[in-house]
Design a protein around this ligand. Structure first.
Ligand code: HEC
Length: 113
């Protein structure tokens, strides 16, 4: 029956897009999840701007320095941010820093404005 085949095909396509969507979502969520998990969000906000701005960090420091900052903020003269040394696994830093870079990019004014 033609109608049945139509339904089966539609269902298969729907399923495939759902799987692809879920994979995509999963991949881009990792840094964001870490940002929430380690409560960066509570001090730096959803967009990295408020109350404490971290969107300029990647301009001021390179990636290694940003990592050092997160591990030991006190080495940079700041006392309020807690040290994450030993709390965040080494292999999680790239994802987290990638997310900070992303927040920094989003915070830049668009070229046309
Ligand atoms: C208890 C509050 C608090 C938490 C939690 C926190 N921070 Fe911070 N963070 C601060 C403060 C305060 C500063 C200094 C802001 C300033 O000097 O303007 C700062 C500065 C930074 C900077 C440097 C910004 C700059 O421009 O020099 C980075 C990068 C940063 N935080 C990343 C993180 C990340 C990543 C996390 C989560 C793993 C996190 N912070 C969690 C309070 C916090």
């Amino acid at each position: 029956m033609v109608a049945k085949r139509f339904y089966v095909t539609t269902l298969a396509i729907l399923l495939a897009t759902q799987v692809l969507w879920a994979q995509k979502k999963n991949k881009s969520a990792t840094g964001k999840e870490l940002y929430k998990k380690y409560e960066c969000v509570s001090c730096h906000g959803k967009y990295g701007k408020t109350p404490f701005d971290l969107t300029q960090a990647i301009e001021k420091y390179d990636e290694q320095k940003v990592k050092d900052y997160i591990k030991n903020p006190k080495n940079f003269g700041n006392t309020r941010m807690p040290s994450y040394e030993g709390r965040i696994a080494e292999d999680q830093y790239p994802e987290l820093i990638e997310y900070i870079i992303k927040l920094g990019r989003q915070a830049q004014p668009s070229p046309r404005s």
